[in-house]
Design a binder for this molecule. Structure first.
Ligand code: MF3
Ligand code: CO
Length: 251
């Protein structure tokens, strides 16, 4: 069931999202070669503590950390680790849920470590563009959920990229994962509700350089591309209001 949010609740979610955007602004430039993915998680956790916020991923179905930090062929849900070190040429997606005053925000950025190959850079640029095309589709009058996946997959396909199907965007705000599901592809088998004022959703294209197919790591969390090629992930929380769409996790 899709729970529509009141103006007051959207205001609370807006504040949570703004704080998450500020976290990315502060932590993003500090991410560099030689750090471990656990170091990245620690920087984020420290920001949350200083701002009286929490990270609801920690403890969610037993997940151990406040961020997911996914390197190269890890698409999503990479568990931060002391033994995974960032090297020049890597891409690393940092996926963060933040809770402030009871309201949950969700956003992901993919960072390039030093100089990355031209093809990896293109994957990152195209995935970021997919996010904004999805947002643009959602902001059209009378837009429906699957317009987002149509825009995302339509653009990604032009580059021969694989669009992940096993994981989707989602409603967010009161908790991490709410209805509706927001797939990055189109299917007649999926629900296709109209976007309405009061809906808050996380739009999050997950795009692979090669096959769309993925597998789960032995730790039960990390999701990797089946062919070992790199993957990229960008995410914003957006609200549909009477005045139109608002990107909440962007300053
Ligand atoms: N932030 C993730 C999302 O976008 C949620 C991760 S849940 C976790 O859906 F438990 F893995 F952290
Ligand atoms: Co999400």
């Amino acid at each position: 069931m899709i729970e529509l949010k009141s103006e007051k609740d959207i205001d609370g979610i807006r504040k949570s999202c703004k704080l998450l955007a500020e976290l990315f602004e502060e932590v993003g430039p500090q991410i560099q070669e030689g750090m471990s993915t656990l170091d990245v998680d620690s920087l984020c956790h420290d920001f949350m503590k200083r701002h009286h916020a929490t990270g609801p991923c920690k403890g969610y179905m037993g997940y151990p950390n406040v961020t997911c930090v996914s390197v190269n062929d890890t698409v999503i849900h990479g568990i931060p680790s002391r033994s995974i070190i960032l090297h020049e040429g890597d891409i690393v997606s940092v996926d963060i849920c933040l809770e402030k005053d009871g309201y949950v925000s969700d956003s992901t950025h993919t960072y390039e470590i030093g100089k990355v190959s031209e093809e990896v850079h293109q994957l990152n640029v195209v995935t970021n563009k997919c996010l904004y095309l999805g947002i643009e589709a959602a902001s059209q009058p009378h837009a429906r959920i699957q317009d987002i996946g149509a825009a995302v997959s339509g653009y990604a396909r032009k580059f021969g990229y694989g669009v992940v199907r096993d994981y989707c965007g989602h409603g967010v705000g009161y908790s991490i994962h709410e209805d509706p599901e927001v797939p990055n592809y189109v299917s007649l088998a999926n629900p296709n509700p109209r976007l309405r004022p009061g809906m808050v959703i996380a739009i999050e294209p997950m795009i692979n350089m090669g096959t769309y197919r993925v597998r789960t790591e032995k730790d039960g969390w990390g999701v990797k591309t089946l062919d070992g090629k790199p993957a990229c992930h960008w995410e914003h929380t957006v609200a549909i209001t009477d005045k139109g769409l608002e990107i909440l996790t962007q300053l």
